[in-house]
Design a protein around this ligand. Sequence first.
Ligand code: HC0
Length: 568
Amino acid sequence: NVKIKIDNIDLIVPEGTTILEAAKKVNINIPHLCYHPDQAIKANCRLCVVEVSGSKKLTPACSSFVFEGMDVQTNTKKVRDMQKGVLELILANHDQNCLKCLRNGNCELQALCQRFNISKTNLEENVDALPLDNTNPSLVRDSAKCVKCNRCVEACQKGQEVHVLTHSHRSVHYNITPAYEMPLEETFCVFCGQCAAVCPVGAIVEKDDTAKIWDAIYDPSKHVIVQVAPAVRVALGDAFDLPKGTIVTGKMVAALRRLGFDKIFDTNFTADLTIMEEGTELIKRITEGGTLPMITSCSPGWINFIEGRYDHLLDHLSSCKSPQQMFGALSKSYYAEMMGIDPKNIYTVSIMPCTAKKFEAQRPEMVTNGVQEVDAVLTTRELARMIQSAGIEFAGLEEDQFDNPFGIGTGAGAIFGATGGVMEAALRTAYEILTGKGLPSLNFTDVRGLEGIKESTVHINGLDLKIAVAHGLGNAKVLLKQIEKGESPYTFIEVMACPGGCIGGGGQPIKSTLDVKAKRIESIYKIDQDLPLRKSHKNPDVLKLYEDYLGEPLGHKSHELLHTHYHS
Ligand code: HC0
């Protein structure tokens, strides 16, 4: 530990602490833009400068470590003048049409300008922008707003190892862009949105589809239904300043009802259905000799990744559509028949923590009865904006319940939202079907938590089946390389594109830092623990669906509606 002073406050912090982190411990928030608590130190915005006694130069707080006896001043005239000057320079290169920006009111640059009382820069504006990149269904890049902090590049390169975003040019022409300044859809972008999740401003955002939803709701000829993904209910509360990880399922349903949706359903239901299909597929591959390891296929960023980079391994993917698409397919078939509504008049919306889900919904494969299965996808952030826009005071809402027939999800469906959840849910069912007995413990903790790759061995009927779970595409790559070399010891692998799984999706409320992710995961397992039904094959409405409509898992009807084939 070292003893230091910050703004005349004595404190003791561990060696290796930066000035910025130390200041936080005494409630001093040193201004910063490029610093992100979950990323490497960059020190390129130079906003976080402070005075350290004995040094003539100002010192960047994010990249300077404390030392014994260090005496730091964070708020002198010299410091403030420099910070203000840097902010004005950044602002001079930034499109200041804040009212047109999705991040208006939730922008780190705007907040800093407010803090320093800067309403307009006196410097000449010099916004050297590339054309707006808005031709893909998931993300919009606006380089006129980029502050060159490099957070997105790090998320893309180091976090996901996708290597789409990079740097171009030098000096005043320095830019952040895909190679050759190509639009994202012409690159290997997987649309995971991890770049948008860390961008401090509105330079990379989700494609806003809220206007489409309002139009559908106001159209009397449309029956507008909505499904909500497992990970949304533990994150939406962030947008309304509730404690991180608060479970807001009931309030979320109430808000959706007030927004005017005709029916509100739970994606956890089709997560259970996925387990029935995927579990059966796994058992079939093991017993009849199919391609192993089988890998889960529900994370669309992951699908984009394997299609784009490892298409020779596509046979390893489960043929199951994702729960989002299974829901969409059922909404335009089973549900349409049950309700006596022409599938063309059913407008199916998904609320997802994920920007790649927007891409998935419009894939040409995802069509049932001649219509798109899911008509529009909103991220958690967009849902929050719709709720705010309707003037709904979220925190005070009375809890409401999902509608039927897709309103019941078991604990197994709920845990899909956290890394390891699909694996745990699958094991709860597959083990029981194969052995006739329940798992020794329903809580399969080996695959829980935020470690990048988790593995375990399950003993089933004398066989030792090795399984693995990866979250974040960099980790998935490690497992793919083993398969490529013929060295994979696994039978079944779960991959989720985003770090932490869907609770860390690119469409979740901004500031989903590691500690926030951990709280969301805790809440996901609490939902599971508190439910009376915790195994997918015990979901009564899933069983009824098979009895009344689908027949059996992997049967003809299931095949037609719930499975697909991915290709390069
Ligand atoms: Fe997920 Fe899903 S768990 S991908 O993370 O499988 O987005 O939450 O909705 O579809 O269920 C996201 C979350 C889902 C799907 C489910 C799966």
